[in-house]
Ligand binder design. Sequence first.
Ligand code: 6LW
Length: 500
Amino acid sequence: MPDHHEPGNTVVRPVLPGFHPDPTVCRVGTDYYLACSSFEYFPGVPIFHSRDLVHWRQIGNVLDRPGQLSFPPGTPSSGGIYAPTLRHHSGRFWLIVTNVSDGGGNLLVTATDPAGPWSDPIRLPGVPGIDPDLAWDADGTCWCTFAGIGQVRIDPDTGQALAAPNRLWSGTPGAKAPEAPHLYLIDGFWYLLISEGGTERGHSISIARGRRPDGPFEPCPANPIVTHRGTDQPVQNTGHGDLVQAAEGSWWMVLLGVRPRGGTPGWHVAGRETFLAPVRWAGGWPVVGELVSAPPSPLHSSAAASVRDDFDPGDLRPCWISPRNPPVRHGTTHWRASWLSLTTHGRTLDDPRPAFIGRRQQHLSCRVRALIDPADGSGGLAVRFDEQHHYEIVIGAGLVQVLARIGPLHNAVASRQISAEPVVLGIDITTRTPSGPLSGPDSISFGVGEPDGSFTVLSALDGRYLSTEVAGGFTGRVIGMYAVAGTVHFDWFDYEPLGD
Ligand code: 6LW
């Protein structure tokens, strides 16, 4: 288990960096599994494996085929898939989750191997709202608890509610948004863990306990048991946690947090990330310790483990995602030998379903390079927050341009003619030490590789416009390849962590 005593450590690195919010965790023997929200991206619900709760490797995505995940027309960015709960019960993995854009539906899927395949979803029409949780009592009754905080008994095999929902607890009087419940039986008490205060700077975690799974519940006198609000902690917005006991008996919490940078009000660019904290018990209540800092990058995290993607035919690692459509789609994505090819069908990055395949920005400073052959089309590299907030470098017909879309404004900010194709295009993201209240969180530079191997920056843009504080929503930056006209080919894509 991790050593969490790092006195004087002001850099606290997530155990799962990049937009991986609403973590849920379970243990089977000495193996831990963790899943996160995925919103408008396909595939949905990334799932990870670890042996020590610090190093996580992505083993798949729970919702990875169109029959499991649909985004009806009009699904907004930050719609779609919210807040799963992952549990292991009677030899199977169970994952319950909400697709807020598909009739507001709660879905339940199961698997014997968490890497997949996962079942087709069953729907839970009797479970209202978001953030569903699953817990079984000794009789085998399945209790589904949801944001609000409410609860209903369900038949997990059919998805039928077995009674009308009950109100359980509304959290601390005056606190907004009681949500993210998880229910656990620990040493004879049922513990109801919730989040309150909203997922922004006021975020917190509180707990209550009772003798029965359906209450009544007595709040912990020390609530909130987690919050960084009003502190100078480098990680803010801490909340939405899930508890797990290690095989040797120690207790841990996974939870989300953000790393705001720059001046006032602080901008976080990588979304809500997954952190880890130790838990001890005192007087029958959990006491959550300081966040554990993951080892330094580069490559401390599984999801960043391979610097280069070579795009061998048919092979895309599970970290690659696309807005609303599967990244590999008939007629849109194919391989030209060992080059990945994207065909646009006329869609731009402003479209809800662009020809874009990306991966999360996981490090506050990082470098991206790709070798691109635009053939008769045009395309390049983009940093995407959503349809209305993205920066990109594009090549077509011998012209390289850097473009910025910020809300209603869309401009070319730099351009250069080049004579030879294919060409290396690149993005350098450098986190900034604030130099005053107006200083932004980072700089995003776009450039071109020269024949002698050097790199020429064409434009450096302020990163604040691609942050949650400007764009809004629940996600974070995704960096990837796109096509905007015709078919564009990508030989390789490098993502190099440069620091936190
Ligand atoms: C999620 C809620 C929350 O459903 O944000 O931080 C919402 N917590 O529990 C979307 O991630």
